[in-house]
Design a protein around this ligand. Structure first.
Ligand SMILES: *Cc1c(COP(=O)(O)O)cnc(C)c1O
Length: 362
């Protein structure tokens, strides 16, 4: 039995007629350049006033940080345990990422460690809802308010996740989404979006991504070209209709894994009041090389998210951090393994993965 880490082909086949019709519609209309219809659909889904489609999730972060007026001389707090794009958004805007360690249970930004990282230069916090589990937003929102900081949500892994009944992406000043194909809501190419109730911010992001222009050929400043194209928008509108059902299936797969693996390794825990949508199903083992080698030999795809904590990654060596400052993020980096996770996994496949992990995990 082969078990893919993600299975975009199985997903496509499950919605083929609908998807083929949507793509044919774009070819017929030649509406290639933007995706206003999906932007509306996604704004309605999130219950936010504005969604601006951009080229990818990394652009969404860079553009949001820049358009919030953050730049050189400013510091922005972000988690040590996340994909580099979170910090790239800060660095590309000219600001300095300030890393904070993660919580050992949820792997998300540890709210009890944020205040020690705040300085007079701090302008914002980027909360990442990592692996699909919302960060602990009540204390994070309070810290941002108490210190007059902007709050940015990195929702690249958390489409359809909720915290105390409210969708991830609706807690901060702005939310940044990725529609990279393997994300929970994924396009058939790169895509991203900035979502916000702030009309001015949305207009600024739109203008930045369209060559500094909101009226054709009137360029108020040098912008960039970063838009969500029509084809991707059509794909995403089709997939958005299935997102709730797919999220429920991910949650059921995670529950089955947890039941099968809880006595063999550290399994993910969902915090109270949270809908963890399991973009990734991440366990901890003490013999990762053996586990990954064995799973690979059995045809089971797996991955590591992430092998090196950001503060000690070469890209941030100039900031001078040491691993001892991030005991949790650096301590788990050698133990994390991500098992296959997607909505098209069958119970038989999940049971096969459980059986094979059990044979080797220590
Ligand atoms: C995928 C991802 C991004 C970046 O998205 P791209 O669309 O690949 O640029 C940002 N942050 C996190 C946490 C991600 O997982």
């Amino acid at each position: 039995m082969k078990v893919n880490f993600v299975d975009l082909r199985a997903q496509y086949l499950s919605i083929k007629p609908e998807m083929d019709a949507a793509i044919a519609g774009i070819l017929e209309s030649c509406a290639f350049v933007n995706s206003r219809s999906f932007e509306k659909d996604f704004a309605t889904y999130l219950d936010l006033k504005n969604v601006v489609g951009v080229g990818n999730g990394t652009d969404a972060l860079c553009m949001a940080v820049h358009c919030l007026g953050i730049g050189p001389g400013d510091e922005v707090i972000c988690p040590a345990n996340t994909f580099i794009a979170t910090a790239e958004g800060i660095g590309w805007a000219g600001a300095t990422p300030v890393f904070v360690d993660c919580d050992p249970v949820t792997y998300n930004l540890d709210p009890t460690k944020i205040e020690a990282a705040i300085t007079p230069r701090t302008r914002a916090i980027v909360a990442v809802h990592l692996y699909g589990q919302p960060a602990d937003m009540d204390p994070i929102v309070k810290i941002a308010k108490d210190h007059g900081l902007l709050l940015i949500e990195d929702c690249a892994q958390s489409h359809a996740a909720t915290y105390k009944g409210k969708k991830a992406g609706t807690f901060g000043d702005v939310a940044c989404f990725s529609f990279y194909p393997g994300k929970n809501l994924g396009a058939y190419g790169d895509g991203g979006a900035v979502a916000t109730n702030n009309d001015e911010l949305a207009a600024a992001v739109r203008k930045l991504g369209d060559h500094g222009s909101s009226v054709k050929y009137r360029h108020d400043f040098e912008g960039i070209n970063s838009r969500l194209d029509g084809m991707q928008g059509a794909v995403l509108s089709v997939k958005l209709k299935h997102l709730e059902k797919w999220s429920d299936r991910r949650i059921a797969v995670a529950a089955r894994y947890n039941a099968g693996l809880k006595d063999v390794c550290v399994v993910p825990q969902t915090a109270a009041g949270v809908r963890h949508v399991f973009h990734l199903y991440v366990i901890q083992v003490n013999n990762r090389d053996d586990v990954m080698k064995h799973l690979g030999e059995q045809g089971i795809g797996c991955g590591i998210h992430y092998p090196v904590a950001l503060p000690v990654t070469p890209a941030y060596a100039h900031l001078g951090y040491g691993a001892e400052q991030f005991p949790v993020s650096c301590g788990i980096a050698d133990k994390l393994v991500s098992l296959p996770m997607h909505a098209d996994l069958t119970d038989e496949q999940v049971d096969f993965v459980i059986q094979e992990v059990k044979k080797v995990a220590k």
